[in-house]
Design a protein around this ligand. Structure first.
Ligand code: PPE
Length: 311
């Protein structure tokens, strides 16, 4: 990870090296935290954070589901993100707000533990590799089932949930694949370890509906709107693994992964990235980079004009 100058921690911008917690932190022992992943892009009008308010709204929702009082409004966190971008001077970066039950008592019930709220930022290139973005990645259905609505609320972007993702992606990587696809308890397609999934068949786009155990992805929502705008029909419904094997095109979406094509699933070839995936990938990248008037309202410009990072 490339270290930058500052981290925002509990209301203050502090030096990167000083952003520490005690080993007795509740969140470390029990995974009791919530987080976000947000990208800021360099655009012709300066650094713009993509759908920042929507991400912070999801952070608030996640916190609510873990009975966690963040102590900062969405507006305050929004200003904190902007201040951090300005302080670090890197216009194109990944932002990682995280809130967790802090140091106090140990024991599972977190009653009385303080809540620590932190925002980090650092440059993060392509999630699944530049080659993956261009040529497509290889994915494998995981032997791990996606956590379901009565296990941990999957609607929350909670830190503990990511053990599920970690096991799945490590299993896939060890077997020689780039990414894992998790199925729900009932066997329907859920999501990747860190992405939502889309299937293209006979010109129509399909994606698992929100009642499947998926994270309600902000990129997913973005892609649905962009695809409809481009004239495609998007159907949200339960999908099964053979829908992937027989698909014309499959792609994954996420803040980190952006729009990443899949070239095979479980060694069943899907082929090189197809026309629908490529059209949507281009429209998405144009949108986040401020090249699209249509979706300009999704860009929230950093208030301070950050200096370019020193090479
Ligand atoms: N599903 C999962 C399980 C997930 O983690 C993400 C985001 C998504 C779907 C897509 O959500 P959205 O970013 O709102 O479109 N994964 C984040 C974390 C990745 C990581 O490795 O850390 C991300 O993309 O930032």
């Amino acid at each position: 990870m490339q270290e930058l100058d500052k981290i925002w921690m509990n209301g203050e911008l502090i030096d990167w090296a000083d952003a520490k917690v005690h080993v007795g932190t509740h969140g470390l022992h029990y995974g009791s935290g919530v987080f976000e992943g947000i990208r800021a892009y360099e655009t012709p009008k300066g650094s713009a954070v993509f759908r920042l308010t929507d991400h912070l709204q999801r952070l608030h929702n996640s916190a609510r589901l873990l009975n966690m009082e963040l102590g900062y409004t969405i507006g305050e966190l929004r200003s904190a993100c902007m201040d951090l971008i300005g302080a670090n001077g890197v216009p194109e970066c990944y932002l990682r707000p995280i809130a967790f039950y802090g140091y106090g008592e140990l024991g599972v019930a977190a009653t009385g533990n303080p809540i620590d709220v932190v925002i980090m930022s650092w440059p993060w290139g392509t999630y699944l590799g530049a080659e993956g973005m261009e040529k497509g990645i290889r994915a494998k259905i995981s032997s791990w089932t996606r956590i379901g609505p009565n296990v941990i609320p999957h609607v929350a972007k909670a830190t503990g949930i990511y053990l599920n993702s970690m096991l799945a992606v490590m299993e896939a990587n060890r077997a020689g694949y780039d990414e894992a696809i998790l199925l729900t308890d009932e066997g329907y397609i859920a999501d990747g370890s860190g992405e939502n999934l889309f299937v293209v068949k006979d010109g129509t786009i399909y994606t698992p509906d929100l009642s499947a155990s998926i994270l309600p992805g902000i990129t997913r929502d973005t892609i649905i709107q962009i695809a409809q705008d481009l004239g495609y029909t998007v159907v949200e419904k339960q999908l099964i693994r053979t829908d992937l094997y027989l698909a014309d095109e499959v792609f994954m979406t996420g803040t980190a992964a952006e729009v990443t094509p899949l070239r095979d699933v479980d060694d069943q070839p899907i082929g090189p990235p197809g026309p629908v995936t490529l059209a949507i990938q281009k429209a998405y990248l144009d949108t986040v980079r401020g090249q699209s008037e249509r979706w300009a309202h999704w860009l929230e410009y950093a208030t301070t004009e950050p200096a370019r990072a020193q090479a």
